[in-house]
Write a protein that binds this ligand. Structure first.
Ligand code: GLO
Ligand code: MG
Length: 347
């Protein structure tokens, strides 16, 4: 049974990065975008996840026509490398105007800018030949509760989603929930929140979710159950698999590197749902460690993919008969041991 061909993999250009963190500068030279593109296939990846300004740099400073023309050029560049785009995502959090959030800013002019910028992001997606846009709501939250009226903020968010769905009658929008960082608290911390606000929009069918492992763990939740919730509703439209060692900064570790069993259970739920057949991608939102030398600072991507596929094999080769017997007998101690032994490759 070939597993590599069942799943398609993606990552974003930000996953090959310079290694800067809040306490120190870049430690690796910037890799040109064209060089990154050439690495995708070598690393076993099929599609590119784009921020709007990864696809069209300086997107705010260009006319709508120029934005579309540059996006078309990008599509050609992708095709030259045998690649396609998976989604575009508006990078509102890096613009000074988005300092206190875009869609949920207290300033109506900023809210307008955030929607306009995201309309452009949608246009870029369409020129890249896709309908899929992801919203990671980075600064849509607060450092202190008293800074915003949270009820109004959620209403603003809903207004924005409606405006975006109306801008393009075919666009499909997935929210990528995260509970914190850069904000103390973000407004849409879990997939439950993401899907609930989507259901209130003018077209719930065109709203869904992207679940990132680390974000679910930061919310104190199990990523596989978060995924299951979205999967049962047909709303898991992409994933950002990675790993996270407890409640600290968003680590974006290689998939399975901190907790192999938690990783296994994510693979298990994706397999149970037949995710590969939906044509949706396995996105890996992983970062190389800061200590990694430049010439080997892509290993985290290949390793994450390899771990994913190895866990697919583990799921598919687990003794189903034994599993059923142990579930029927409610002998979960034995079931747990069987899972661990299988993962470790011991009898
Ligand atoms: C940060 C997010 C971020 C998004 C990406 C796509 O915590 O995971 O990497 O996934 O910007 O919008
Ligand atoms: Mg992510």
């Amino acid at each position: 049974m070939s597993t590599a061909t069942d799943y398609r993999f993606s990552f974003g250009p930000w996953n090959i990065h310079e290694g800067a963190d809040p306490f120190g500068p870049a430690v690796r030279p910037t890799v040109a975008f064209s060089k990154k593109l050439a690495m995708y296939k070598e690393l076993g990846f099929d599609a590119v996840q784009f921020h709007d300004d990864d696809a069209v740099p300086d997107i705010d400073g260009k006319s709508a026509d120029q934005v579309r023309a540059e996006a078309r050029q990008m599509k050609k560049m992708l095709a030259d490398h045998g690649l396609v785009a998976e989604f575009t995502a508006p990078r509102l959090w890096e613009d000074p105007r988005g300092i206190d959030g875009g869609f949920t800013s207290n300033d109506s002019q900023v809210r307008k800018w955030a929607i306009d910028r995201t309309r452009r992001c949608i246009d870029v997606a369409r020129e890249l030949g896709i309908k899929f846009v992801v919203l990671w709501l980075a600064r849509e939250g607060t450092y202190i509760r008293e800074a915003k009226n949270a009820i109004d903020a959620h209403k603003h968010l809903l207004d924005a989603l409606n405006a975006l769905l109306q801008h393009d009658k075919e666009v499909e929008i997935a929210i990528e929930p995260k509970p914190n960082e850069p904000m103390d608290h973000a407004y849409i911390p879990t997939i439950g929140h993401a899907l609930a606000i989507g259901m209130q929009t003018v077209d719930p069918r065109r709203t869904g979710g992207l679940i990132e492992t680390a974000h679910a763990i930061l919310a104190g939740l199990d990523p596989s159950d978060e995924m299951a919730f979205a999967l049962q509703a047909g709303k898991l439209w992409s994933v950002h698999l990675n790993d996270q060692n407890g409640l600290k900064f968003d680590e974006d570790k290689s998939f399975g590197a901190a907790n192999l069993r938690v990783a296994y259970n994510q693979v298990r739920v994706l397999e149970l749902a037949g995710y590969a057949k939906t044509g949706r991608y396995i996105g890996l939102d992983v970062k190389a460690m800061r200590t990694q030398q430049a010439d080997v600072a892509t290993k985290h991507l290949a390793n994450s993919r390899r771990i994913f596929l190895a866990l697919v094999e583990k799921f598919r080769t687990f003794d189903r008969k034994l599993e059923q017997q142990l579930i029927a007998a409610r002998d979960y101690e034995a079931l747990e041991m069987a899972v661990l032994a299988h993962l470790m490759g011991v009898k």
